[in-house]
Every structure is written in structure tokens, then in C-alpha cells.
Write a protein that binds this ligand. Structure first.
Ligand SMILES: Nc1nc2c(ncn2[C@@H]2O[C@H](COP(=O)(O)OP(=O)(O)OP(=O)(O)O)[C@@H](O)[C@H]2O)c(=O)[nH]1
Length: 356
């Protein structure tokens, strides 16, 4: 199905059902009391995150989603039926905004997380409710309130632990396919990846992380040239980037020049993204001898003053990827532990504030 990462839609919750005017009619009881029942509540509209989805395509096709109205009350104290709510399933990583105010209504980051986006109307009351010692035959009822109607914008920002960036043809799809169950299209011409792909990388028993591959970035991508810029948002929520570099670029670009191109694109798109932890991964090492690879690594370190992590791999030789993946897993686990410790410390600080 087509990858769609933005959609506008309208959601309409159901109105509440009205209260009913009715009086008891029984044989031999001339003045039966009021027995008009309440209406039912209107159904609400919810978004539900679903890990089996990866596109907002459906919301481009269908743009209006309504929940059911509550039933009206009836005689003999019968309450109207509740309107059925509507549950709209969206991929994990979907953000929901109001189109009227731009307010963020929900950020669905976990499977089955549910956010109400339009509240159903409240039921009206039947005349049986208004009986009192002074008025034994009230004709008063109330109407149900209208269901909420909202114009929404959905934006999908895929959630993955690690993002792959690099020039077209660097070998990102090959790497993703080699380490995960994802089956991206691979070919030796640029831009075979047209949409982001997410794969799960298993590192030993019970340890795994997710990896997202974007279409290749080219110079000017951050300004809207080529395809890459449209997809940069999908690495905004990753925790670590692998910058994949082709050792033997088909266009004859030097490794340093290739790295600088991507670094400049990231910086221009978002300084925040450019400051994200980033590991340089030189790919296709089996095409050159070990000495040449070592020399290239040295040049990256000295020419670019690169202090960060640097790997040399061959995406078509899975064994060569083990160290990279193991290190990434360790990094993600310790970063998560640090984050937990920091947020625990913050919680304790705020508890102290309460006590003082
Ligand atoms: N020899 C060799 N070829 C590789 C290696 N990794 C990828 N390739 C080849 O390089 C070409 C491009 O690989 P892809 O994985 O499609 O590159 P990509 O970075 O995903 O490219 P885009 O989809 O354009 O972003 C393909 O012909 C791959 O077979 C490698 O480690 N060694």
C-alpha cells in the first residue's frame, strides 16, 4: 500500500439522544405518572495506534469519519441506546493536530494507545426526571448535546531507534535487508528506496532494536531538491544515526566529500538532528584491501577531525556487521538506562520540592 505520511480529516462525534415526554397508560389508572426515558450518549471518535500499519493512506481516500448518534429516550422509562464509538486505526508514530488551532491533540507512540479526538454528545433527560411534589405531570425534557466536530491533521513520524542516512546507492537498503526481516528494493541505481522502511534487528536472544532506512539524501535535499527532504522527518525521532558511506562511489566522489555533503544536509534541515549521536559506517569494504580501508579511516579521523564512532563494513557480508549491531544495541540500552535514571532523579527532586 502507498506510503502516506500526512492526511487531513474531519471527525464527527454522535449527538446525544433526546429525552422523551411520555405518561404511563394503564387500564384503570387514569392519571399515570411521567415515564419518558433519557436519551443515550452519542459515540465518540478515537485514534488507536496499531503496529501493523505503516501508512496513513486510508485517510487520504476517506476524509470524514462519524460516530453514531445516541438513541432518543422512549416511554415506559426506556433509555435510548448509546451511540457506537468509532475507532480509527493509525500507525505508531502518528501525531494528531487540530487544524483550527494547530494544537497537538495526541502523539501515539505505543501499540493500542488510544486518544479521544471528538467527544460524543451527552444524553438529554426524559420527563420522568422532572417529577416533583408540585408537578406530578411534567412535560419538560432536555435535548441531547451535539457531538464534537473537529478538523484534524495527522502527521506520521516513524518511530525507530536507529536511522540510516547516506547518499543514494551507499548501500542502506542492502544493510537493512541483511540485518532485519525488512525486504526493501535494492538496485544499483539511485533512489530505489522511495519510501521509508522500518526493520527489526535482533541481537541475540530477547534483544532487538528498530532501524529505519530513508531514501538517499542528495545535495540540496534539505532545500527540497530530490526526494530525501520529504522523509527527513522520519529520522527526527531516532536516537542514533548510522551515516552510511560508499567506499567506492560510482560517481567517483571522495569519501570525505560524501560525508561532508550529508553532514551539511542534516545541519541545514535541523541543527537538532545534526547534533544527534551519529556513527560513520564505511560500506563495501570487500571491494578494497584492508590497508586501503585503514588508510581511509585514518583520513576521516584526521581530515574531518572525527572523534565519534567509525566502522568499516560490507553490507553483503553479514558477519562484518556484528560488531556494529552489538555496539548499537549496547549504546541504546545504556542510553535508555541513563534516561530512566535522570527522570527518576527528577521525580525525586520534585517530591523534595513538595516536602519543603
Ligand atoms: N560490493 C558491494 N555492493 C554493495 C554493498 N552494499 C550495497 N551494495 C550495492 O550497492 C548498490 C546500492 O545499494 P542499495 O542498498 O540499494 O543503496 P541505498 O543506499 O539503499 O540506495 P537508495 O535506495 O538510492 O537510497 C546495489 O547494487 C547493492 O547491491 C556492499 O557491501 N558491497
Amino acid at each position: 500500500m502507498k506510503f502516506v505520511d500526512e492526511a487531513n480529516l474531519r471527525v464527527e462525534a454522535g449527538d446525544g439522544g433526546h429525552g422523551c415526554v411520555s405518561f404511563r397508560r394503564e387500564k384503570y389508572v387514569p392519571f399515570g405518572g411521567p415515564d419518558g426515558g433519557d436519551g443515550g450518549d452519542g459515540g465518540s471518535v478515537y485514534l488507536v495506534a496499531d503496529h501493523n500499519l505503516n501508512t496513513l493512506y486510508d485517510y487520504r481516500v476517506n476524509r470524514v469519519y462519524k460516530a453514531q448518534r445516541g438513541g432518543n429516550g422512549a416511554g415506559k422509562d426506556r433509555t435510548g441506546a448509546k451511540g457506537e464509538s468509532r475507532y480509527l486505526r493509525v500507525p505508531i508514530g502518528t501525531l494528531c493536530f487540530s487544524r483550527e488551532t494547530d494544537e497537538l491533540i495526541g502523539d501515539l507512540t505505543e501499540n493500542e494507545q488510544t486518544v479521544r479526538v471528538a467527544q460524543g454528545g451527552y444524553h438529554g433527560m426524559g420527563n420522568a426526571r422532572f417529577k416533583s411534589s408540585t408537578n406530578r405531570a411534567p412535560r419538560k425534557t432536555t435535548d441531547g448535546t451535539p457531538g464534537e466536530i473537529r478538523e484534524l491533521r495527522l502527521e506520521l513520524k516513524l518511530l525507530a531507534d536507529v536511522g540510516l542516512v547516506g547518499l543514494p546507492n551507499a548501500g542502506k537498503s542492502t544493510l537493512l535487508a541483511a540485518v532485519s526481516g525488512a525486504r526493501p528494493r535494492i538496485a544499483d541505481y539511485p533512489f530505489t528506496t522511495l519510501t521509508p522502511q522500518v526493520g527489526v534487528v535482533g541481537v541475540g536472544p530477547l534483544r532487538s532494536f528498530t532501524l529505519v532506512d530513508l531514501p538517499g539524501l542528495i545535495e540540496g535535499a534539505a532545500e527540497g531538491i530530490g526526494l530525501g527532504h520529504r522523509f527527513l522527518r522520519h529520522i527526527q525521532r531516532t536516537r542514533l544515526l548510522f551515516h552510511i558511506v560508499d567506499l567506492l562511489d560510482a560517481e567517483g566522489r571522495d569519501v570525505i566529500e560524501q560525508i561532508q555533503t550529508i553532514e551539511a544536509e542534516l545541519e541545514q534541515f535541523s541543527p537538532e538532528l545534526a547534533s544527534r549521536p551519529r556513527w560513520i559506517v564505511l560500506n563495501k569494504t570487500e571491494l578494497v584491501d584492508a590497508e586501503e580501508t585503514a588508510e581511509l579511516c585514518e583520513r576521516v579521523r584526521t581530515t574531518l577531525d572525527w572523534q565519534g564512532a567509525l566502522y568499516a563494513v560490507s553490507a553483503i557480508r553479514p558477519d562484518s556487521l556484528n560488531r556494529l549491531l552489538g555496539d548499537a544495541m549496547d549504546y541504546l540500552e545504556s542510553e535508555a538506562a541513563e534516561r530512566r535514571a535522570a527522570s527518576d532523579a527528577e521525580d525525586m527532586d520534585s517530591d523534595d520540592d513538595h516536602e519543603s
